[in-house]
Design a protein around this ligand. Structure first.
Ligand code: ATP
Length: 639
């Protein structure tokens, strides 16, 4: 039999206790105490519906964002925790290198730890002597081997743990992140050893790492775990491309969400994701207190002009993750959401009588702040509504839930315009958490992150990078006889983008507007680092473009073909000046300057592993009368 691991319908549910003492009470078996409310926890599915077969000799990389469920999966396979549902079949002796600090004694020296591990595994004294030297040799820790390992760095520890585990010739080797602590040359050494192990002894390797390079180097198969589900299973290159694309799309969304909010000189790193979104609190309810039947909900999403901007797979793992922007709110005994379920690959929950004291089934979806006033925001719901009663959809606006729609059983897909409602949230200054349910939840369940204080009015932006936005952000100055009406950043397909690769084509589209006739102006674009350091400046006179006068609207493009600046975040100032003299220090008189209020980001193509530096300069090589022009961006483009 060549199967090493087989997982069928694996799911892992953690009980999240509302109060710490509930956990302790259950752990000590004191549930019978009269004052303890039974079932005082939330069910949190960290993994669900995982089906996976791994053959002997495969080296499988497990990829996914933080909190995706990778470690939970490995712990289930290694037997550290048991699954809540499904079956695990493991064929072979497992060695698991999971967390630093496990397996070794901190007070023992490196050598003593090696010996005790080998003794534990029943090797003869002669074999121990031979393996001890082999391990020390592999770790290159000769100088430290007689020191207690409590003084070891994470990298040193990783070397020792890896070397010991691999000489034990495991049939299945599980490695979770630990090699990340080592340096690049050590990773290569480990990679070779793992390949040897799989080829010579048919060992199977499961490997978790955030480093895509290590996965590509070590593995011959990769799986992508996202929000507790197995999303892709293919060769490492394909899966790493899908993963990188997923990360890039999220990056792009954050950049766009961020851009409408950023003020002059306010160029913090993109790390406060949740600050860029407005939570919308919805609920399902019926005319009575509780539904009399079961109404099934599958997927709920928000879209803007048909682009999905938020989605919630109801019933899928982590659908009630309090750290998520989009989630159902399922306080037990408070809400009427049934348990998370799945059938034939579809996840769902029922809205049913759970005797929740709030008599409804609430959920939250987050909308990027700059889209709150958009005229085409729609809520899409896949559901199976029982015909015995109507289910209402309400949205929390000002101090109340307001009815947005009523869902009846004649359809299973609902497409509801939200714009009339959420534009009113735009005028709302109140903290959503003044909602009584949410307050109660926060109090009882520590769900403080369910809703946050959102200064909605202030973020009620019209469009991205428009004159109105610049003005509201105090990012504009000048006489305004000509104004920068809007700015967009386009790629070579004219798609609006904020995230570019070095060597890609980037074009600024600048819409100008003059109420009265203006005969001459100079357009200047200045790119700066987010610390304010000038990176590059270009300018152009209107007369050079054949513009003899401007009245009304005109569009001017500035193309960077190719973009030569290196990885990083950049801000852009765009100025329309009356004249532009490079030889004077003081600022030239301006019609309109958009000051450091347009942002974009540059990354390098994933296939390029070397750091490309701050600027992709071209150069001409010469040898005697041979001239050879080398443009690095030609190379990046083909990558
Ligand atoms: N003992 C636990 N109790 C409750 N929740 C847990 C527990 N262990 C993990 N979780 C939750 O399960 C989810 C998956 O966690 P896991 O550690 O498997 O993710 P991961 O993909 O390994 O993340 P990372 O890359 O950050 O290590 C997370 O939301 C985590 O908070």
């Amino acid at each position: 039999m060549d199967t090493a691991i087989s997982l069928r319908n694996i799911g892992k549910m953690y009980k999240l206790y509302y109060k710490q003492q509930d956990k302790i009470i259950e752990a000590f078996g004191l549930e019978s105490l009269f004052f303890w409310k039974k079932n005082n926890f939330q069910e949190f599915w960290a993994l669900r519906n995982i089906n996976l077969d791994i053959k002997k000799g495969e080296r499988v990389g497990i990829i996914g964002k933080n909190g995706a469920g990778k470690s939970t999966l490995l712990k289930i396979i290694s037997g550290n925790i048991s699954p809540s549902e499904g079956s695990v079949y493991v064929n072979g002796k497992i060695q698991a290198l999971m967390e630093l600090g496990t397996g070794f004694h901190p007070e023992f020296t490196g050598r003593e730890n090696i010996k005790s591990s080998l003794i534990y595994h029943g090797f003869s004294p002669k074999k121990i002597k031979q393996l001890e030297e082999e391990i020390i040799d592999f770790t290159e820790l000769e100088d430290f081997i007689n020191q207690p390992i409590k003084y070891y760095s994470a990298g040193m520890y990783a070397r020792l743990a890896f070397a010991v585990s691999t000489v034990l010739e495991p049939e299945i080797l599980i490695i979770d992140e630990i090699l990340g602590a080592g340096d690049a040359s050590f990773t290569t050494k480990c990679s070779l050893r793992m390949k040897k192990l799989t080829q010579e002894t048919g060992a199977t390797v499961l490997f978790v790492s955030h480093s895509m390079d290590s996965v590509l180097e070590i593995c011959n198969r990769a799986i992508l775990i996202n929000q507790g589900m197995l999303k892709y299973d293919s060769d490492p290159l394909t899966v790493s491309k899908i993963y990188n694309k997923m990360i890039r799309l999220e990056d792009e969304l954050v950049l766009r969400a961020k851009e409408a909010r950023l003020r002059k000189k306010d160029c913090r790193a993109i790390n406060e994701l949740s600050n860029e979104f407005v939570p919308l609190l919805f609920r399902f309810c019926v005319d009575k207190d509780h539904p009399t039947s079961r109404h099934i909900f599958y997927k709920i999403s928000l879209s803007c002009d048909d682009n999905e901007i938020a989605n919630l797979m109801v019933g899928a793992p982590m659908d009630n993750d309090t750290n998520s922007l989009n989630k159902i709110i399922d306080g037990k005994g408070m809400m009427d959401w049934g348990k998370s379920q799945h059938k034939g690959g579809d996840f769902f929950r029922a809205y049913q009588n759970e005797e929740g004291i709030y008599c409804h089934a609430p959920f939250q979806l987050c909308i990027p702040k700059h889209l709150i006033a958009h005229e085409n925001i729609r809520l899409k719901i896949n559901a199976d509504i029982d015909k015995s009663e109507k289910v209402h959809l309400d949205l929390w606006i000002k101090d109340n839930y307001e009815r947005v729609s009523t869902l009846d059983s004649s359809q299973d897909f609902f497409d509801i315009s939200l714009s009339p409602y959420i534009s009113r949230i735009g005028g709302e200054r109140k903290n959503l958490s003044e909602n009584q349910d949410v307050q109660q939840l926060e109090k009882e369940n520590n769900f403080s992150e369910v809703v946050e204080n959102t200064d909605l009015e202030e973020n009620n932006r019209k469009t991205e990078y428009s004159y109105e936005v610049f003005k509201e952000n105090n990012s504009i100055y000048g006489t305004q006889e000509v104004i920068v009406k809007s700015v967009d950043i386009l790629d070579k397909n004219n798609t609006s983008k904020r995230l570019f690769f070095i060597g890609e084509d980037l074009r600024f589209k600048i819409d100008l507007y003059a109420k009265e006739k203006i005969r001459f102006f100079v357009l200047v674009i200045s790119i700066l680092s987010t610390e304010g350091k000038p990176i590059g400046q270009v300018y152009c006179k209107s007369s050079d473009l054949g513009i003899n006068e401007i009245v009304g609207s005109e569009t001017i493009y500035a193309a960077y073909q190719p973009l030569r600046i290196g990885s990083g975040e950049y801000m852009v100032s765009i100025g329309v000046f009356k004249h532009y003299d490079l030889n004077v220090e003081r600022e030239n008189e301006s019609y309109c300057v958009v000051d450091r209020a347009v942002f974009f980001k540059v990354t390098q193509p994933e296939s390029i592993k070397k750091g490309l530096g701050a600027f992709a300069h071209s150069c001409t090589w010469q040898y005697k009368d041979i001239y050879l022009t080398y443009d690095p961006t030609d190379h990046y483009k083909s990558s």
